[in-house]
Design a binder for this molecule. Sequence first.
Ligand code: MN
Length: 187
Amino acid sequence: MIKFMDLDFKKNELEPVISENTINFHYGKHHKAYVDKTNELIKGTELQDMSLEDIIEASFGKLELMVLYNNAGQVFNHNVYWNSVGIGEKFDEKMYKEINDTFGSLDDFRNKLVDEGVKLFGSGWVWCVRNEDGKLEIMTTKNGDTPLVLGKKAIFNIDVWEHAYYLDYQNLRKKYLEEFILNVLKI
Ligand code: MN
């Protein structure tokens, strides 16, 4: 069985960028539903004692396990999202140097994250990952897809499903991305 993670910040601590109301729905309803569904689907199967990452790898590309893959992927993606919040915790100097070396400047890096999130059509995720060559990379995935199955290591992500921002920003996805990246993300 997989765990429903705890948040290491208070539900009202991200206000006004992300409201407590959004956290209650996003974490308390959406994220929890993905955990519950995943556990329901693995119960009594050979997957039930596997780690979340192994469940994702085992169900990837299998038509009969697509519902499980999507739900387990969404659990992983949301675990990364809540851990991308930087209340009281930021990346170290080495990471900032790497961002500058790879993307030009922190502003360029932030702008690229916003651009990728705005360009992504439909529901999905913007990611900062470490790619196969060990380099930082910004990428997007659609729906419940995760960089894990592409051999990339997740560093942080930003949820751009409408449930992540609609209560606070309605259709203004760009505004949500800008506010989240500048004020909430641990960079
Ligand atoms: Mn979400």
